[in-house]
Structure formats: C-alpha cells, structure tokens
Design a protein around this ligand. Structure first.
Ligand code: N01
Length: 499
C-alpha cells in the first residue's frame, strides 16, 4: 500500500513528547514538529526543582527501554539526573532540531480533514495528526487558605521553587504530605533553622533503600549492557508493580497486608516518641492515597530542628501560619506542596473536533478517552498519558512506550492511506467508560474512602483500574471494530510548515 507522508504535530517535549519524536524519526517520518511552551525539554523534571526531588521508580527502570542509563548515581534517580538524561537522549536521537521552544498552542480545530493549530505567538500550523503529550500532574493545585496573600515572607508552590531565596538559617513551613512534601522535609531537615511539616492527613511511608551505585558498578554497566539488564532483573521491580496493583484492584488481600505490615514496621521501628508516632499513624487503608516511598522521612521529622504540625491551619498571617489552637508559627518561607489538578491534560487549549464538538463539551462531566488514547469526533488526535491511563500505578515511561506502540498502529492506517481519519467510536468510548467506572469503584482508591488526586470531581477514581498485564495486552493491538475510519480523500500533498 502507498506510503503517505504525514505532517504530524506533537504537543509537549517532556518524556512522552521526546519519545514520540524519537519514534517518528525511527519510522522515517520527517515532517513533524514538537511544540514546547517552555524553553527546555523535560516536562515535570524541568518544572520541579525543589530540594530533594527524586523519582520513586528505581532508576534503571526509569529510562526508555532502548536507551538505558548506566550512569545513575543511586537506586532512586535524583531529579537533576533525570532532567539531564532527557536532555542527553533528546540530543542523541536528533530530536532537538524538531522542537520549537517557547511556542504554546492556543487552539486546534479539525477542519477539512486536517488539524489547524493556532499558536500564542501568532504562528499557525496544519497537520494530519496531533499527538498530545502534555503531561498529567503539572497544573499546581493551590489551597484556599485565608490570608495567603498577606504573608510577608516567601510563599510558593513546590513546582515553582524560588531558588533566589537562601534556605540556610530560615524557618520554613511545608504544607502537604504527598511524595513532594515528604521529599522536601527529608532534604531540608538540618539545613533550615526550623522546618515545620503541616500534615492534614498522615501518610503511609514505605521504606526504601536509596543505595548509591559505586563507580565500579557504573563502569560495569557502561561496558556490559547485559550486566545492567541482569541487575535490573534482580530488583524484581515488575513483581513489585504487580503486587502494588493487586492491592489497588483489591484482588489480593495478602498483598495488601504485606504493604501495610511493612509500612507499620517502618513507623514502629523508626519513630521513638510514642506521641509523635501516633500523630504520624495513618487512619486510612494503605494505597488508598498514592503510597509514599521514602528512605529517610521518619528520621528527618525527628530532627531537633524539624517539627510535625498536626493542628489544622486556621489562616496565614503576615508573620506565618496561625493554627486552630490559636498558635502563631512564625515563618520566613511557606512551601505549598499541595499537589496538582489532575484533570487538566492539554487544557487550557481549545480543541474542536468534527461537527464543532469541543473538548470541553466531551469532558463536561470528566476527562475521558477510549483506552486513554483516542476520543470520538477527534480524528487523528491521540494522547500519550491521557485521561484514565495508569498514571501513578505503573512506571510512566513504560506506559508511554506501550501507548506509542498502539498509536503507531493507528498512524499506520493513515500512512498507508487506508483512511483519512481515525478515532474511537462514541459507542466504544461509552462501553469503555462503563467498564472502567465499574472497575474503578472496586479499587482501594474508591472503597478506601480517602480523598486523593486519583478521584475526579464526582469521586470516581480516574486512573487505570486494572492490572499491568491487562494494560499491556490492551496496548498490543487496537480492536479495529472500536474505531471509526473516515474514507481516504483525494487531496494534494502540500507543504505545511508553521507560518
Ligand atoms: O501532591 P499530593 P504531591 N491544607 O496531591 C495536602 C507524583 N510525584 O505533589 O491528604 C493542608 O499527593 C494534602 O492533604 P490531604 C506522585 O504521583 C511523584 O505530593 O488532602 N494540606 C496532601 O497531603 C504523587 O502522588 C514523585 O489531607 C493540604 C498534599 O497537600 C503526585 O505527584 C515525586 C491542603 C498534596 O499531596 C502528587 O504528589 C513527587 C490544605 N488546604 C510527586 N491542600 C516521584 O517520586 C492540600 N493539602 C515520582
């Protein structure tokens, strides 16, 4: 079948956008561009620069499968090393030349069989297909605390860290007990004159050894990629992901007990003061919120210059935080480690599909996409890490690679001119949503009854509610009967670069 040259636009140059660039290049697609609103690649790893930033996926598993990194300094990869890895990989695979930095897409409209894109800079582009790789947890969620504007010191969200402010000798308050807040406390205890952790909901903390890799190990990994793969096998990471998922889907209560016992032992063995221990003890089921992996949080919070504040926040005043018991906690810096809005995806872009259907109307109730990838009325618009994917469950790079394998098969239909447009049918999305919501209501995120970023506005968990095998199997090959194919048009191939 004839191979049709497609013009493809990728949105975002984070982990998933870079992957798309590498894979498009590998497939011989030359006519593509990646629009990136910032001035550098890296997505979440570019935006988050807070002290202690670390990924809790073992470092050797936090790479593309085709580009391992023998040089990680430790078992858990530090944020700056991850950022450097993406920058290096992007350069190595020649993707950087295809990225237009400081270009934000304002709107995308499907008209006359193609996507018409309007950029904030005033430039325009026209594409046969769009790949949205815009990330998930990137729009900061700011708390609604009275008096926040009145604070005289520095106040910022964890993903907008102000590095112009020295930390040594300062009194710092950190609000939030997710992975971010815990990592910041661990990094700053002992550096700051005082670090206070404002904990509304104590979290389960899974112990993890963050062992450094020696120069000898790194050298072995460099010289012998098989040794690296072998070392990865011994980490049994996939088994751990499977066990974790079985707790989420509540298929294996023995696994749930294992995770709970391990976290409990960590608490009992690490925190000496019984009163502090009780204030750190969670009252919800483990994994109901995103589990926290930390080698040193309990040690950090017991540092003489650290304090756990369990009293809830009344308001923020010019001098600091006033808690409900009337106490004023005088502070120089307040960090809002209060998480992200998980329902934004490529918004605030205005996206309009066929027959004037807008993304806002499709997502009026909640963000949704067939298998997290495709939406009816949005032909040739595909998402990496779109809504209802396994974000927070499985390693994100692995997810994106599987999703690319799937998307590539959809693109292949276009490349071989079997159709001019392809998207999931309305029926397929409705059936998928029904199945997904039914499964979501059986997960620990729902049954456990706690509040977390996994839940949508109606309290339904939004992440993939099935196990890893199910995800991998769904990504192997599209069920073509779930797709609508628009007939291939007889149209001229024009040159379509941004103007
Ligand atoms: O955010 P979160 P995060 N007053 O939403 C609290 C990924 N990540 O940035 O639980 C007081 O988890 C809120 O309290 P509560 C990872 O997937 C990964 O930490 O609602 N507190 C909660 O404690 C993670 O799950 C890595 O009672 C308020 C916290 O803020 C996701 O990002 C590293 C409040 C928000 O926790 C998000 O993590 C870092 C208020 N008004 C992050 N409002 C890796 O290692 C909110 N809170 C890969």
């Amino acid at each position: 079948m004839a191979n049709q040259q497609l013009r493809i636009v990728v949105i975002g140059a984070g982990m998933a956008g870079i992957l798309a660039g590498i894979k498009l290049r590998e497939a011989g697609v030359d006519d593509f561009v990646i629009y990136e609103k910032a001035d550098r690649v890296g997505g979440t790893w570019r935006e988050n620069t807070y002290p202690g930033l670390t990924c809790d996926t073992p470092s050797h598993h936090y790479t593309y499968t085709f580009e391992r990194n023998p040089g990680w300094s430790s078992f858990l990869p530090p944020g700056p090393e991850i950022q450097a890895y993406f920058e290096d990989t992007c350069r190595k695979y020649g993707v950087e030349d295809s990225i237009r930095f400081n270009e934000e897409i304002e709107s995308a409209e499907y008209r006359d069989g193609r996507w018409h894109l309007q950029l904030k800079s005033g430039a325009q582009d026209v594409a046969d297909a769009v790949i949205a790789a815009t990330g998930v947890l990137h729009h900061p969620s700011l708390p609604d605390i009275e008096g926040m504007d009145s604070f005289r010191g520095a106040l910022f969200h964890s993903s907008r860290w102000d590095h112009s402010i020295p930390l040594a000798g300062k009194r710092i308050g950190v609000i939030g007990t997710g992975s971010t807040g815990v990592q910041i406390i661990s990094a700053l205890a002992g550096t700051a004159a005082l670090i206070e952790h404002y904990v509304r909901t104590p979290q389960w903390i899974m112990p993890v050894e963050n062992t450094p890799y020696s120069e000898a190990q790194r050298s072995t990994f460099r010289q012998d990629p098989a040794a690296l793969e072998e070392a990865m096998k011994t980490e049994e990471y996939l088994a751990s992901v499977n066990s974790y998922t079985q707790v989420i889907t509540r298929e294996n209560m023995a696994a749930a007990q294992f995770w709970k016992d391990t976290c409990l032992q960590n608490l009992e063995a690490s925190v000496a003061d019984p009163e502090l221990r009780e204030r750190l003890r969670p009252d919800h089921e483990p994994l109901c919120k995103r589990l926290i992996f930390s080698p040193d949080y309990y040690q950090a919070i017991q540092h003489p210059q650290a304090a756990l504040v369990s009293e809830s926040i009344e308001r923020i005043e010019p001098e600091g935080i006033r808690t409900r018991d009337g106490q004023l906690h005088e502070l120089d810096i307040i960090v809002l480690a209060t998480g992200f809005k998980p329902d934004q995806f490529m918004r605030p872009m205005q996206i309009t599909g066929t027959n004037g259907v807008t993304l806002e109307s499709l997502w009026a109730q909640r963000p949704k996409a067939y298998l997290a990838i495709s939406m009816p009325d949005f032909p040739n618009f595909f998402m990496l890490n779109g809504p209802n994917g396994p974000v927070g469950n499985f390693p994100l790079i692995d997810i994106a690679e599987h999703q690319w394998h799937y998307i590539d098969q959809l693109l292949q239909k276009l490349r071989t001119a079997q159709c001019s447009g392809i998207c999931a049918s309305a029926g397929a999305l409705a059936r998928f949503e029904e199945r997904r919501i039914e499964a979501a209501k059986k997960t620990v995120w729902f049954v456990g009854g706690c509040k977390s970023w996994y839940l949508d506005a109606e309290g339904i968990p939004s992440s993939w509610p099935w196990d890893y095998e199910c995800f991998v199997s769904e990504m192997r090959e599209p069920h073509w009967s779930d797709y609508e194919l628009m007939p291939a048009p007889q149209r001229e191939q024009a040159a379509h670069s941004a103007t």
